[in-house]
Design a protein around this ligand. Structure first.
Ligand SMILES: *Cc1c(COP(=O)(O)O)cnc(C)c1O
Length: 376
């Protein structure tokens, strides 16, 4: 059994993916080919955002957003403590201070209560000025944007939506990628919409920011590539990756999202009496980057992972370490007691095999195995 079965997906879409790749190779238009602009237009339309700027990976997408806002030394950026390293790494890359925030025990997304506490604390300390909230759509589920926008308004902060795992998710009719003042996503192969290498994109409704980000991603270009008006970076999405994404996009939006939601509902129905299953609030729709259950304690969690492994079932721990305990951030001061929820989640969560090509038989095998573990 695969944790995320990219081979099954390729088998299902081989003809269109191969044709897309061949077309790029035939044209030898590897950088900035027409497929990149076509993809940007389609993703912008799907997300309901005016501008989509493709780039080299999700980390750069986040970084480009912070650069466009001019975030740097002396600025504080609030980041959930329970997320992938990139969400906080980019803050340090631009020289600003990452202030980690505890998460909600049910949704695992940034906690508005903890956020407000950390904002007040930062203002009181006076060492860095609050500027941005990084809201992560963790495991595919959008963050609580109603609550976050209220806080952002009160303290005049920008919201950077980290939709690296959330692409395809929504709240009501509104798509992930449209909630932040700027949003970033990733097309890393294992993400909900993945390419065959690294890839990412930035979304915004603001045409001034869109222009700035387009320039920053190509060496700070002005009127041409050889007219450089600011310090930027080299962060383009290559044409081959755009072609792969175009070939996959229809299936992603028309069938895969629906299928993963059915698979998630099935896990939940069968496991809800055995273990803590994911909580999806009303109106929220997840793209199920991960299906994550919560065990009683570390011994139970590690035991279940071992038990599954012995029976050929892969599982993953996202995430083993809170951000505030990552050695890379040891230059900053964090207090363990500010993160009670994240500290427990890192010891108790386990992500199960989840992807659009997971069969009912495979799910039944996972479910039976978990029930057997709990019967001992
Ligand atoms: C994967 C991921 C990123 C980074 O994306 P890359 O394309 O790997 O650079 C950022 N944030 C979160 C939450 C992610 O899961």
């Amino acid at each position: 059994m695969q944790f995320r079965d990219l081979k099954a997906q390729y088998a299902a879409m081989k003809d269109s993916i191969d044709a897309g790749i061949s077309a790029v190779i035939n044209d030898c238009n590897f950088i900035s080919g027409r497929q990149v602009a076509e993809l940007e237009a389609r993703l912008a339309e799907y997300t309901g955002v005016r501008h989509c700027i493709a780039c080299a990976n999700g980390t750069d997408a986040l970084l480009l957003a912070l650069m466009a806002w001019g975030i740097g030394p002396g600025d504080a950026v609030f980041v959930p403590d329970f997320t992938f390293f990139s969400s906080g790494e980019v803050v340090s890359t631009v020289g600003a201070v990452p202030v980690f925030v505890d998460v909600d025990a049910d949704t695992f997304n940034i906690s508005c209560e903890s956020l407000e506490k950390m904002i007040k604390k930062t203002i009181k300390e006076g060492k860095a000025v609050p500027k941005v909230i990084v809201a992560v759509d963790l495991f595919g589920q959008p963050a609580d944007y109603a609550g976050l926008k209220e806080i952002a308004g009160r303290y005049q902060l920008k919201i950077l939506e980290d939709a690296a795992q959330g692409f395809g998710g929504r709240i009501g009719e509104r798509m992930a990628g449209s909630f932040g003042d700027i949003a970033a996503t990733s097309f890393f192969p294992a993400k909900p919409l993945g390419c065959y290498g690294d890839g990412g994109a930035v979304f915004t409704d603001d045409c001034h920011l869109a222009e700035l980000i387009s320039s920053l991603r190509i060496h700070g270009k002005g009127t041409s590539k050889y007219d450089n008006v600011r310090i930027g970076m080299n962060s383009r999405l290559d044409t081959l990756q755009a072609a792969v994404l175009l070939a996959k996009f229809d299936a992603f939006k028309d069938t895969e999202l629906e299928v993963v939601n059915q698979a998630a509902a099935y896990y939940t129905e069968k496991l809800k009496d055995t273990t803590a299953v994911p909580v999806v609030p009303d109106e929220f729709f997840s793209s199920w980057a991960q299906y994550t259950v919560k065990l009683e304690d570390r011994t139970m969690r590690d035991g279940l992972q071992r038990f599954l492994k012995e029976r050929g079932i892969p599982s993953m721990i996202y995430y083993v370490k809170p951000m505030h305990r990552q050695e890379a951030f040891f230059g900053e001061q964090y207090y363990d007691e500010d993160y009670p929820v994240t500290n427990v989640l890192c010891e108790t969560v386990l992500s199960l095999p989840m992807h659009p090509y997971l069969t009912r038989d495979e799910q039944d095998e996972v479910i039976a195995c978990i029930k057997e573990y709990f019967s001992h």
